[in-house]
Design a protein. Structure first.
Length: 171
């Protein structure tokens, strides 16, 4: 389904290019409206996939209701995020899965913990030093996915996604 959305975006962009060559501003505006709608549909697919993975993991692991994670946020890491030591949660904030100002205590795979919050500017985690450490220690590369999983209210674990775990996700 995400391939279909990508194809439609490509088709839309081609039509916008033709309209731009003709300087047809109204056609450009009309076609651009599809861009927002396609983005919204893509976000909805991300949300549906997230829930399907949660259900699948609960069924596969036999977790009880009290053992499951509260929230699980998949984020694709860009080269810019790695260079600037950022973990952005834009899609998750937009979808209401997490809010600006939320306080998080995050445990890294090493067991080390740190506290941070979701900044209003850029919807990113404010703590950058520990994010840099996590990227280095976990060998996170551009295009990789990471998982921020809430295990108790306000208590989170951050890890690199397992291969195939996040193949249909975007941040």
């Amino acid at each position: 389904m995400r391939d279909k959305i990508a194809n439609l975006v490509e088709k839309m962009m081609s039509r916008i290019k033709v309209a731009a060559e003709k300087k047809d501003v109204s056609e450009i505006a009309y076609l651009s409206g599809f861009g927002k709608e396609l983005g919204d549909l893509d976000s909805q697919l991300v949300s549906i996939n997230s829930r399907l993975i949660q259900i699948e993991e609960a069924l596969d692991t036999g977790k009880t209701r009290h053992q499951k994670s509260l929230r699980k946020l998949f984020c694709q890491v860009t080269g810019g995020c790695i260079r600037q030591n950022l973990l952005t949660l834009t899609r998750h904030v937009q979808m209401g899965r997490i809010r600006v100002g939320d306080q998080l205590e995050i445990e890294l795979p090493s067991g080390e913990k740190f506290e941070t919050d979701v900044a209003a500017e850029g919807y990113k985690l404010r703590e950058r030093g520990k994010i840099a450490q996590f990227y280095r220690d976990s060998n996170v590369r551009e295009g990789d996915y990471v998982v921020l999983e809430e295990i108790d209210p306000g208590k989170w674990k951050l890890r690199k996604a397992r291969p195939g775990e996040s193949q249909d996700w975007t941040s």
